[in-house]
Design a protein around this ligand. Structure first.
Ligand code: NDP
Ligand code: HSE
Length: 429
């Protein structure tokens, strides 16, 4: 057992960082035994130095993160500030000064993961980021390491705790969107700017990271098709219930049947109540991974919050410290396939479309013809009429997204179609 401690710089001491510091202190002996050397918190960089931080020695707190990284004795940097800058520059500075990095920053990894991996590799150091995707759930390392000998063809899951919390509350208690978002924020689940959660950017960043790992290619945030959940309404939940479904914000990553391209998307979708993802409540996450040899795997657990996320950060800390002692590094980026990311129009799935139409003879035939003209086959139609107006709900068979978009565009031009009330994809059947 080495007695000289490995020195850790903690960048950020908010919801996640404060829990990382707490567990590092309370579990110090276990961490020492598991790593084979003590770990010492050598400095904590924050924005507001005068804020009282329970369990943190005020002498360790600094606003000068760069000076902390450059002092020359830091072995591992834990970056839990979030956002692009200064996190990106600080991580680069950490590598330049010989420190491996553990980060929970999905926004940065989705945008600049390739450059950061290259910097880590150039300096012979580690970049670990289990906490960046799905909170406490061990997912990144199982996919990067345990499934490295298999071929992953599809990943589908709930990867944002805040939006799952909101959708679950709207569905199960009838809570309003804002009320549920406020509660998720108070519980520490939401991003500093919750727009990242509700507009799907956070899930899209996680989708980009997972797609890169799953398909051994580079997928950036901009490659991921994204729709948030702010438009999901009580009437969408009522429609979903009538179909025996609920609504979840899903991340879906697929390898094309010919294996020559991939797709990555995040959007709300109806899923059957019998599907395991339908029973994922509150801020929990769950991810299905379909691999050629392994078959279907499901990963489930708390997807957000200080303590669950700190668990994933500390798991990485132990791994990175062990690597340091062994003078080795873990796996770097694996992007050798260079598969292109196809546009959303190429995605094939089912759709639930609600139309407000005139309640008169021939309307149903006109609508059905429009679907047929665009090659979209109808599975079921339900019509409810009242006072000359009717609501028409069409559920399609599987069709390319481009064909569905063309259909909707044409439907909007029909005199008898007063409006397209909602369009939602149907998954998991
Ligand atoms: P918080 O906003 O709670 O904490 C951010 C911390 O960074 C604060 O301590 C803040 O200082 C510090 N900080 C901000 N700017 C600077 C700066 N320029 N220099 C030094 N320190 C700075 O965020 P979270 O803890 O919730 O999230 C941190 C990261 O973890 C993000 O990347 C997030 O996406 C990720 N994450 C969060 C999860 C969660 O459930 N919250 C789950 C999984 C990942 P001060 O305290 O003085 O304001
Ligand atoms: N805001 C994120 C979420 C934190 O709600 O999932 C976990 O990454």
């Amino acid at each position: 057992m080495r007695t000289r401690p490995l020195k850790v710089a903690l960048l950020g001491c908010g919801v996640v960082g404060s829990e990382v510091a707490r567990i590092m202190t309370t579990h110090a002996d276990d961490l020492t035994a598991r790593i084979g050397a003590p770990v010492e918190l050598a400095g904590v960089a924050v924005r507001r130095p005068s804020k009282v931080r329970e369990g943190i020695d005020p002498a360790l707190v600094t606003t000068d993160a760069t000076a902390l990284l450059k002092r020359g004795d830091i072995d591992v940097v834990i970056e839990v500030i979030g956002g692009i800058e200064p996190a990106r520059t600080l991580i680069t500075t950490a590598f330049e000064n010989g420190a491996s990095v553990v980060s929970a920053n999905k926004a940065l990894l989705a945008q600049d993961g390739a450059a950061l991996h290259a910097a880590a590799e150039q300096h012979g150091l580690d970049l670990y980021y289990e906490a960046a995707v799905a909170g406490a759930i061990p997912l990144v390392r199982p996919m990067r390491e345990s499934l490295a000998g298999d071929k992953i063809n599809r990943v589908m899951g709930i990867v944002n705790g805040t939006t799952n919390f909101i959708l679950d509350k709207m569905d199960s208690t009838g809570a309003g969107y804002q009320e549920a978002l406020d509660e998720a924020t108070a519980l520490g689940y939401a991003e500093a700017d919750p727009t990242a959660d509700v507009e799907g950017y956070d899930a899209a960043a996680k989708a980009a990271i997972l797609a890169g790992i799953a398909f051994h290619t580079r997928v950036r945030l901009d490659d991921v098709y994204r729709e948030g959940m702010t438009e999901v309404s009580a009437s969408d939940f009522a429609s979903a219930k009538r179909m025996g479904c609920t609504i979840k914000l899903l991340a879906i990553l697929e390898r094309a049947a010919d294996g020559e391209s991939v797709t990555a998307r995040v959007h709300p979708a109806m899923i059957p109540l019998t599907h395991p993802l339908a029973s994922v409540r509150e801020a929990y996450n769950a991810v299905f991974v379909e691999a050629e040899a392994a078959g279907r795997l499901m990963f489930y657990g708390p997807g957000a919050g200080g303590s669950p996320t700190a668990s994933a950060v500390l798991g990485d800390l132990v791994a990175v410290c062990r690597n340091k002692l062994a003078e080795a590094t873990g796996p770097g980026e694996s992007a050798y396939t260079q598969l292109p990311v196809s546009p959303m129009g190429d995605v094939v799935t089912r759709y639930h479309i609600s139309l407000d139409v005139a309640d008169k003879p021939g309307v149903l035939a006109q609508v059905a013809t429009t679907f047929a003209e665009h090659g979209v086959s109808i599975d079921t139609v339900r019509q409810q009429g009242k006072d000359g107006e009717a609501s028409l709900v069409v559920v399609t068979h599987r069709a390319p997204d481009a064909a569905l978009s063309g259909t909707v565009e044409a439907l909007r031009k029909l005199d008898t179609v007063r409006g397209v009330a909602s369009i939602m994809r149907v998954e998991g059947e």
